[in-house]
Design a protein. Structure first.
Lengths: 857, 474
């Protein structure tokens, strides 16, 4: 197999037509070029090529209007790889070459060309050609019918490196509070629009609280802020102080962590046809919340999730944290009813590729798994090069021991490292110093083994340098697993006596994770470790039976043309290198995608509207320079998400009011130029948390566990007696998120489907939401509590009504509203069977049910 | 703001509200009029995602009633007549001995379709039935096959057939859910089978569990095994209708305050959703209340005791929902996995559903609704001609029977065929994707054009597969 360095041009021929738009350096060339003798060439050119061109290209070439059966016969790669039904040509193998069967019309539905059997001598030529090894001079990659425009691909905005941008000049130099504002104002001025007035203090504090914390401010907080602000508009100083206070609040991580959990398709069960609980998934949830609160640099945050097990760690706590982070790769939907192990593994690999590429880079690679219509072997090669990385990775998810035979693919959990059993070890050679620029030089790996056990393990590899190298690359968990695997199982001693010890040792060290029992440590971590490291073959059209050539592990390089590409060590999966590459400052997507998400969550619309799709089929940025500016700021500030959020919310653009302006509206009805603030509906969690907050019942203490953990390991779909408690008063982010059983209160208001990567939630308005607000016990309970609260807050109705407005809507009522409230209470109290308490409860419920409660301006 | 991107505005018909509708709910009346006044300025006025939408071409069917027989009912003992299986009974077949049908087949109706006595009452409608005897699916395991029957994919989480239907057509009666699933299993994919996956959540099915006359509806994805808040939201046990209307008027007046200062389709949407909800909570119990059905009707469905009681109620409810304008109704009957005790158990299962299904067909016909209601019957796969290990039949994904009736299909017609013993489809094979394509076609939807852009790709119910079985269309 030849390895060529990545060349941008080679990849870009296909870039434009596909979201995939990637190529792999290692997989750049699928089939080696062949030496063809002049005679063979002559035979091909005279007897084979003309027939292919005349009889086949119409449906099976780049010129075809619609390529049939995913088969392209106009290149060597295409004809060898074949199409939907298998390899068209296997050199030297008539039986394995479907082309021959098709020409002969051996199968009922498979005569080619259709309805036209070629003369026997022509078929004989093809047979002869295949038997001589199918010599074929037609280099190059099979191409789709529609030829992608290479120049368009090259210039596609999302694949350009993030460039330093100069801040534009604006006419109104007084309005901008920051560079962000200058980008926005410049566009407004180009379109002859003027921003509306700033938001008043009441509106602004409510907006900021929901955006940063996901809960409303208390009346006292509103009052203090309004007073500090001296008047209607917030003063810069008091506003900055407020922003900093909220960024430091632990509730910030609970809100912004949830944004990440949407794209990480976080869930506490497998979903799909059997719904097994992931009892330890909550640790990942808490890891995310803690990481956001600690303002963990975003690049490190990504590296830990993709390769935390391969990163060095200073102590057991750090080690555990990084292992838990890899839960990102472990908690995808899984089909536990799958009988075929390889299918199960490849489905998980597919899911991991999908979540990693879409969550981090907002590009879709996983569609290259099969590519039924848009067959493109290069992107299929790309896919299987990345697939090799994940196939070399074992997943630990801890579901079902296969009792009653219902879980056909049970899995274990990883042990927690403990300080007590901690022995300082030199960093493993497996972590190349160059590839971990952020890695602490002093870092050491904790060991789960005693020195004696370490020695025992080292003995296994004596006299086998290859095995010794592999052993050095193992993580502490893998070492423990390897030793356990070697020692475990009946007849271990017997095997050693019979001289089978060496084989067993090799097996144990090469794939420590299989069929083992752990000794020490609590097994509570969902995550991944490197497993049996191997490259992955192409599975033609995703079919396991149809194995194509083996593709060296690699990763997407076209997006990083100038960056150095790390070699993947033979003994490792390559996740570490993948993680480095994903978070390289040269990666054109990672920073842009995150900056865009920050904007999305603060304005309700991304600069790129398709926040999970930056590919050719996605939307284009409305403000490309601003996006690059924000992405640049993110990287420049050591990938601090908090600093980016701070910079955006301090902009004057963020602080605009939602006021209407007829002239602006006529020009830009969608507000895509940001001449005012968008009115935005609260997301499901904020609605529920706000209901609990205003009723005084929100419990802000994080639970540090989950009701799912209490239920234990089970298939909840089949366990009718299991009651999943979703009635806590904790914040919504802590509610149990079991796939296909999302609590109604969240589901009704467009919660992110936890089986899918969701960057942009839907916002729907349907009657079932109204029914929930009018009739549900949850709303009734909290309305009752809110009513009690306002009734005790004051003694006369007018003061109570005022208190209700301040508590529920963060603003005082107008005189008209006061009068309306009084008249309502009077009217309802007169209804038969309606006590004053009932009247107050229904009054308070009206606040919770109102559109104003649900929308921030 | 709203991310209801799938809606092609040109396809959305304007919301039709009569003057009476407007006045009936004071809130809606004022809100809607105010909104209409602002409409000239509004870029994208609020449109309920569930409003009726024009199909791609003239439809044959307006709605679907899907009778899902979970477990894999045997085609060989019901709708696929294989005389050779009788003569060869006892001989060795693939993985076991060939088992003769446990119910006697007879020719039925003018068309002479062969149907067994296990469905003797359904057989009376043979001339309205189109048998799909060449069905195939991919995986002979219940969970995967059941999910695939509903979503087209066992491997990925995808929207259900009902969700796609709502996405394509909306629904006729805005006071009722557009997609209702009755007695859906909690396991076997659970809510996936009526979920919306990447389609907006408003297209998911509403699950109804109680077969009784006054069943409560709860939103989809609620789980019987779960204490959630969504159950029973259709009724308010604490307030009289009048008091609740007072309360709602207060809510709506607060909402209308937000309408000053420019168009506000989001708030208009909230205002409308409350009026719809208020009407819905009056209408749903009415639809589910059987008291106005005649004794003869109840009796025809087998309601009044006996094995037909449960499924009879569910079928009657399906008819009532269909009549009220619900677009997609599924009724599930479980327990068709007859690995052993075939004769007793198959006859037990069919005894529970035969009369209710026959009554449903007759009832629809009497109301002249069968012509535009597509009834689909079938399970996730069929069964093997051989016995496996016990006195039953194994799972068979390679060939089985489903049937359709009404909705523009040929009656008294048999499409496709299995081999001599009924093990494998050999003629006019109809994959689940083809069944989906055909059902959508009958609704006036081109399965290749009914797409939704997700993650950079246009998705379909049929993925990249599916052919309309043209021969079954009348």
């Amino acid at each position: 197999m030849m390895n060529r360095p990545a060349t941008l041009g080679a990849c870009l021929t296909i870039a434009a037509a596909f979201v995939v738009s990637v190529s792999l350096r290692a997989a750049d060339k699928l089939l080696p070029s062949e030496t063809i003798t002049p005679d063979q060439l002559a035979f091909f050119e005279k007897r084979i090529r003309p027939v292919l061109a005349a009889k086949c290209y119409k449906c099976h070439s780049a010129e075809a209007e619609k390529v049939k059966g995913g088969l392209l016969l106009d290149t060597r790669d295409g004809i060898r790889l074949g199409g939907a039904t298998g390899h068209a040509v296997e050199p030297g193998d008539l039986k394995g070459s479907l082309l021959i069967a098709a020409l002969r019309g051996e199968k009922k539905d498979l005569l080619m060309p259709p309805k036209e059997k070629l003369p026997p001598e022509v078929i004989a030529d093809f047979e002869k050609w295949i038997l001589m090894g199918a010599p074929d001079p037609r280099d190059g990659k099979p191409k789709l019918a529609k030829k992608p425009d290479a120049s368009e691909g090259k210039n596609f905005w999302a694949f350009q490196p993030v460039q330093p941008v100069s801040v534009p000049k604006v006419n109104d130099s007084k309005w901008p509070a920051s560079d962000i504002d200058r980008f926005v104002l410049a566009k407004l001025e180009q379109n002859k629009l003027k921003p509306v007035a700033d938001a008043d203090a009441h509106t602004l504090i409510r907006r900021l609280y929901f955006d940063l914390l996901g809960i409303p401010p208390t009346p006292a907080e509103v009052d203090a802020f309004v007073r500090e602000s001296h008047g209607t508009h917030a003063s810069t100083r008091s506003y900055e102080a407020l922003v900093d206070r909220l960024l430091a609040s632990p509730q910030f991580g609970e809100r912004w962590g949830r944004h990440w959990l949407d794209v990480a398709r976080y869930a506490e069960s497998s979903g799909k046809e059997r719904n097994y609980l992931y009892t330890q998934a909550w640790r990942y949830r808490d890891y995310v919340i803690d990481a956001i609160n600690a303002d963990k640099p975003y690049d490190q945050f990504i590296r830990e999730q993709v390769a935390g097990d391969l990163l060095p760690a200073k102590n057991a706590a750090e080690r555990n944290e990084r292992l838990i982070a890899t839960g990102f790769l472990a908690m995808g939907p899984k089909g536990f009813n799958e009988r075929n192990r390889e299918q199960f593994v490849m489905d998980n690999v597919d899911e991991q590729i999908d979540v990693t590429t879409r969550a981090v880079m907002a590009v879709t690679v996983s569609c290259a798994r099969c590519h039924d219509h848009k067959f493109d072997p290069i992107s299929t090669k790309d896919y299987y090069a990345v697939a090799g990385i994940f196939k070399s990775t074992d997943i630990y998810y801890g579901t079902g021991d296969g009792a009653a035979g219902k879980n056909r693919q049970p899995g274990k959990l990883l042990p927690l490292a403990k300080d007590a059993s901690f022995k300082e070890v030199k960093p493993a050679s497996a972590v190349p110093a160059a590839s971990t620029p952020q890695a602490e030089p002093e870092a050491i790996k904790p060991s789960l083994l005693t020195p004696q056990q370490e020695a025992q393990l080292a003995k296994l590899a004596q006299g086998n340098p290859k095995l010794a190298e592999r052993l050095r690359s193992l993580t502490p968990e893998q070492k423990a697993l390897a030793l356990a695997r070697f020692q475990g199982g009946a007849g271990a001693a017997k095997a050693a006596k019979a001289g089978k010890g060496a084989k067993k040792a090799t097996r144990a060290v090469e794939s420590p994770g299989e069929r083992t029992e752990l000794g020490d440590g609590e097994r509570v971590i969902m995550g991944v470790l490197d497993g049996r490291v191997a490259d992955c073959p192409i599975y033609v059209r995703g079919e396991l039976q149809e194995k194509g050539p083996v593709i060296p592990r690699g990763f997407v390089a076209v997006l990083n043309p100038s960056g150095s590409v790390q070699q993947i060590p033979a003994s490792q999966s390559g996740r570490l290198e993948l993680a480095q590459w994903l978070t390289s400052p040269q990666n054109p997507l990672t920073a842009r995608v995150m900056a865009n998400r920050v904007w999305l969550h603060l304005f309700g619309e991304g600069i790129v509207a398709s926040a999970d799709n930056f590919g050719a089929t996605g939307d284009r940025p409305t403000h490309p320079e601003l996006l690059d500016f924000l992405a640049g700021r993110l990287v420049a500030n050591q990938w601090s998400v908090k600093k980016l959020v701070r910079e955006v919310v301090l902009s004057r653009t963020y602080r605009l009011s939602a006021a209407h302006d007829t002239k602006n509206f006529a020009t830009d009805p969608d507000n895509s130029l940001y001449w005012r603030a968008n009115q935005r509906r609260l997301d499901a969690e904020s609605i529920r948390d706000a209901v609990l907050a205003v009723s005084g019942r929100l419990d802000l203490e994080p639970p540090r566990s989950s009701p799912v953990t209490a239920l234990g390991d089970m298939d909840i779909g089949r366990n009718r007696n299991a009651v999943l408690k979703a009635d806590s008063r904790k914040r919504s982010v802590y509610l149990p998120i079991v796939r296909d059983m999302v609590p109604d209160v969240l589901d009704l208001f467009d919660f992110a489907e936890p089986s899918l990567v969701v960057a942009n939630r839907d916002v729907t308005t349907v009657p079932s939401q109204a029914l929930f607000m009018l009739n549900s016990p949850f709303i009734h309970e909290n309305s009752t509590a809110l009513a009690k609260r306002v009734q005790t807050a004051a003694s006369d109705d007018r003061a109570r009504i005022t208190s209700a407005y301040l508590t529920a809507l963060s603003r005082p009522p107008t005189p008209v509203e006061l009068a309306r409230g009084e008249s309502y209470l009077k009217k309802l109290s007169a209804e038969p069977g309606c006590s004053p308490e009932t009247a107050w409860t229904t009054f308070c419920q009206a606040f919770i049910a109102s559109a104003e409660f649900r929308y921030i301006k | 703001m709203s991310t209801n991107r799938p809606f092609d505005c040109s396809q959305v018909q304007p919301l039709v509200l009569t003057r009476r509708d407007m006045l009936k709910g004071a809130g809606a009346g004022f809100g809607y009029l105010a909104f209409a006044g602002l409409c000239a300025e509004a870029a994208a006025p609020y449109q309920s995602p569930l409003l009726p939408k024009a199909p791609h071409f003239t439809p044959k069917a307006k709605r679907i009633i899907f009778l899902a027989m979970q477990g894999g009912p045997s085609h060989l003992d019901t709708f696929d007549y294989k005389p050779k299986l009788i003569t060869d009974a006892g001989k060795a077949g693939d993985k076991g001995k060939l088992v003769a049908p446990v119910a006697e087949f007879k020719q039925r109706g003018q068309s002479g379709l062969w149907i067994s006595d296990a469905f003797s009452k359904v057989a009376e409608h043979a001339d309205d039935i189109c048998l799909l005897r060449g069905m195939t699916t991919d995986i002979p395991n219940h969970p995967q096959a059941f999910v695939q029957m509903h979503t087209g994919s066992a491997r990925f989480v995808r929207p259900s057939m009902g969700a796609w239907t709502l996405y394509g057509l909306g629904t006729e009666n805005q006071n009722l859910p557009g997609f209702i699933t009755i007695a859906a299993p909690v396991a076997l994919g659970g809510a996936q089978n009526y979920g919306s996956a990447f389609l907006p959540a408003s297209f998911q099915g509403t699950r109804i569990d109680q077969p009784a006359g006054n069943a409560s509806a709860k939103p989809a994805k609620g789980n019987a095994a779960m204490a959630t808040e969504g159950i029973g939201n259709i009724r308010n046990p604490r307030l009289s209708e009048k008091a609740q209307r007072e309360q709602l008027d207060l809510v709506q007046s607060m909402n209308r305050d937000l309408l000053t200062g420019g168009a506000n389709p989001e708030v208009e949407g909230v205002i409308q959703s409350y009026e719809l909800a208020f009407r819905m909570q009056a209408e749903i119990p009415k639809v589910m209340d059987f008291r106005k059905e005649s004794a003869a009707t109840l009796q025809s469905y087998g309601i009044g005791g006996g094995p037909t009681e449960g499924f009879g109620k569910q079928c009657l409810m399906a008819r009532r929902f269909a009549e009220a304008g619900v677009r997609f109704i599924e009724v599930c009957h479980q327990g068709w996995d007859h690995h052993n005790g075939l004769k007793t158990r198959l006859n037990g299962s069919s005894a529970a559903v035969d009369q209710p299904i026959a009554a449903l067909l007759a009832d629809l016909k009497r109301r002249d609704m069968l012509k535009d209601t597509l009834v689909i019957w079938g399970g996730e796969f069929g069964r093997t001609p051989t016995n496996g290990s016990a006195d039953g039949r194994g799972h068979n994904a390679k060939g089985y029977t489903m049937w359709m009736a009404g909705g523009g299909v040929k009656g008294g017609y048999s499409h496709g065929a299995t081999d001599d013993h009924g093990g494998t489809a050999v003629e006019d094979k109809t994959h689940v994707h083809d069944m989906h394509a055909t059902a959508l076609h009958l609704l006036g939807l081109d399965h290749e054009k009914l797409t939704y852009r997700y993650a950079g790709r246009d998705f379909r119910l049929t993925d990249v597969h599916g052919h309309v079985a043209q021969k079954v269309i009348a």
